[in-house]
Design a protein around this ligand. Structure first.
Ligand code: ADP
Ligand code: MG
Length: 703
């Protein structure tokens, strides 16, 4: 809302019918402080007050319903909690039961049998007879409907407000008082005229009127469409402006040379041909870095899509331009694996690579810190230890963050201090972020996707089995091990401190041991309570095929690469979210052999859990899964977006309004291509509006 409008910034207590007491409640319960807040407290549905249904015509399809009839004598039955008042309302066509469970004495006094009432409420069915529990009742006279608006708004309210006569429909009395005070100039249009016309959008002023008190259902829908679109469009506009400002004004280190390191590696040591998607992403990265703008890029690629090699090529590019780079992994295990993999790939090349984690101590650590500060180490791989204050770089040019799209503001600030010009940042994640979410929540970042798996991968076959099928599952594992393969068995340990989960893990381990006794079989176990060295040893034994089975919690969730592993068993799979299941599954299917994922659950499953199992067994595509996850959980729950204020839409929902998100994206791009700084007269209102909203922009967590 335009902050210049005086009327809209008036305290809500000044509205006729509110007063200080109700004002306080409105503030506390609904966050309504001003006229503007009330105006933006949108109704969640409307009641057609002119529609009276003959009682005989009710159908279970109807939710809220209104009858007119004569009240018959009523009775009070039951004791204490079961005490209720039951009345019948009769019209020419039939009767309907009205029931009260509370405030019985008051209702009893109020009701007058023989009198005609208009009765409104939520229809329910009891023993296949229609009834309304706690209906709203008014004595009936035909003129009651005269002059009524068709559609009366119903608002979100609370018990406390209801007690002060501010229930869902009573709030409508306030909006009704408010609206005539508001003039066109209080709600000026903020969209360019052309856009209104092209998209057939209702004007802003009218939309605010019609969303509360629509003339017709169509008017309501048009108002809703306009206001939803406004939310989505403005969010994208803000994000895009931030991004384009960064593109134009940020200074980054220049990687304009493709030199010996890159070329030698690419031509002589790259073990495979890059996929088309990998090549495209490299180009996109070059596009930023070769032009000296600071890169802030999110790289998404499904598990196994080959992000590591892209990271390595970027690091070599940095080296060619005289800069150091860092690859940061979330766990020690992963960091070590990256280090080993990359050292192996670079073994014929003369370039300094080092591993720095929390467990690198003493002399070794000193040596590494020295190498980093004088520049003999060009590629530093590690955990968060690599950005600690003690680590001083000669000239850090690139930071790659693996498997963490929640890279916090504090960490970002640390990076900035590592070099005079801020280094480029590439955040890689295998947790696919649904497209619509990426566009709205991460729109200020550049964004690349590896949407293609390396050739020759066989799809993982996923099945869902119940606990009582366990012995068959164990037999299957045996047969795979007999073929020389390895197996993961994952237990949920959501909180590492959760005692119960921990006991389950131990019990599971013992049980598996009885199926797979030593010395024929060897089992590794990894969980968060182990000291790092023990974890490491167990992991290493599995990597080197000293053990055939890895029993673990989700600490191995991300990144770990053991191509010989062909079976992933997930215990209590119902306890995991979709994205996590997909991540875990991604630990197999990394080699040439056919791989399997077995989801074990109890017999009793909730609807959502059942749906998750169905999705997991029907697709291997992480992006499809991410979209489904978003549908099942709603945007508020997706990892990393909780605090991202851009998704606190009041009306729009990026799942249901996907189509709008797409249109908004297109329009945003058109406008900004034509007028990147919104200086043209037709965009002036938009610019003014966005500026008045400053401070409402929430920066993404990545940078
Ligand atoms: P993620 O994207 O999950 O991090 P990785 O980078 O670990 O995936 O790659 C998974 C596996 O695929 C690795 O063994 C890697 O060597 C291999 N790989 C990556 N790119 C290609 C490619 N273009 N062709 C063949 N194999 C590839
Ligand atoms: Mg990886």
């Amino acid at each position: 809302m335009n902050h210049k409008s005086e009327i809209l910034s008036s305290p809500i207590a000044y509205l006729k019918g509110v007063g200080p007491q109700r004002a306080e409640l409105l503030q506390k319960e609904l966050g309504v402080f001003t006229f503007n807040d009330l105006l933006n407290h949108f109704p969640f549905r409307h009641v057609d007050k002119t529609k009276i249904t003959p009682i005989a015509d009710v159908s279970p399809a109807e939710e809220y319903i209104q009858f007119v009839g004569i009240l018959e004598p009523f009775q009070i039955i039951g004791e204490r909690r079961g005490r209720r008042l039951i009345a019948q309302l009769r019209d020419k066509t039939g009767t309907v039961e009205l029931v009260w469970f509370s405030a019985i004495n008051m209702i009893q006094k109020m009701l007058q049998p023989g009198q005609a009432y208009i009765v409104y409420g939520k229809l329910s069915w009891f023993l296949s007879k229609p009834q309304i529990v706690h209906p709203e009742m008014e004595t009936w006279a035909p003129e009651k409907l005269e002059g009524k608006t068709n559609l009366e708004p119903v608002y979100a309210s609370t018990e406390k407000l209801k007690a002060k006569n501010l229930g869902g429909r009573q709030i409508g009395k306030l909006t009704k008082i408010l609206l005539p005070h508001i003039r066109q100039q209080d709600i000026p249009e903020n969209f360019p005229q052309k856009m209104l016309g092209d998209l057939k959008l209702m004007s802003r002023f009218e939309a605010y009127q019609q969303i509360h008190f629509p003339q017709t259902q169509q008017h309501y829908e048009a108002a809703l469409r306009r206001l939803k679109f406004e939310e989505i469009f403005l969010a994208q506009m803000r994000m895009n402006l931030l991004r384009s400002q960064r593109h134009r004004f940020s200074k980054g280190v220049l990687f304009d040379v493709v030199g010996d390191y890159f070329n030698t590696f690419y031509n002589q040591y790259l073990p495979f041909e890059l996929t088309g998607a990998q090549k495209r992403v490299l180009k996109e990265i070059r596009n930023d870095t070769a032009r000296g703008r600071q890169m802030n890029r999110l790289l998404q690629g499904d598990v196994g899509s080959g992000k590591t090699i892209v990271a390595l090529l970027c690091m070599l590019l940095a080296a060619d331009n005289g800069y150091q780079s860092v690859l940061m992994a979330p766990t020690e295990i992963l960091a070590r694996q990256h280090f080993q993999g990359i050292s192996q790939l670079l073994k014929e090349m003369d370039i300094g690579v080092a591993l720095l984690t929390g467990s690198v101590k003493g002399k070794e650590r000193k040596l590494i810190l020295h190498g980093v500060s004088e520049g003999s180490i060009r590629l530093l791989i590690g955990t968060h230890a690599v950005i600690e204050d003690a680590v001083k770089f000669e000239n850090l040019g690139l930071v790659i963050v693996d498997e963490q799209h929640r890279f916090g503001v504090a960490q970002r600030a640390r990076l900035w201090e590592k070099n005079e010009t801020p280094p480029h940042v590439l955040v890689m994640t295998a947790t696919p972020i649904p497209r619509t979410l990426a566009m709205t929540a991460y729109g200020d970042l550049d964004y690349s996707v590896i949407d293609e798996l390396p050739p020759g991968r066989q799809p993982i076959q996923t099945v869902h089995r119940f606990d009582n099928d366990r012995s068959n599952v164990m037999d299957f594992i045996k047969s795979e091990i007999a073929l020389g393969r390895q197996v993961y068995v994952i237990f949920p340990l959501i909180e590492e401190s959760d005692k119960l989960d921990y006991e389950n893990l131990m019990r599971g381990y013992d049980e598996i041991k009885t199926y797979f006794p030593e010395p024929q079989y060897w089992i590794s176990m990894v969980h968060g309570k182990q000291p790092a060295a023990q974890k490491e040893l167990n992991m290493q034994r599995f990597v080197e095929h000293d053990t055939q089975i890895m029993v673990s919690t989700t600490v191995i969730e991300v990144g770990v690469n053991v191509p010989n592993a062909s079976v992933m068993v997930i215990e209590s799979a119902e306890k995991f979210g979709l994205s996590q299941l997909h991540q875990l599954r991604g630990r197999v299917g990394r080699g040439a052999e056919k791989s399997y994922c077995i989801l074990l659950t109890g017999k009793k499953l909730g609807n959502v859990a059942r749906e998750r199992m169905k999705i997991m067994t029907s697709t291997n595509n992480g992006f499809v899964i991410a979209e489904k996850d978003l549908e099942l959980r709603g945007p508020g729950d997706i990892e990393g977006t909780r605090q991202s204020g851009v998704l606190n839409f009041k009306l729009a929902n990026i799942v249901n309004d996907r189509a709008m998100v797409d249109v908004a994206k297109k329009v945003t791009e058109e406008i900004l291509t034509d007028d990147p700084e919104l200086t043209k007269p037709e965009n002036e209102a938009l610019k003014t509006f966005l500026q008045s909203q400053k401070g409402k922009t929430v920066w993404s967590k990545i940078s």
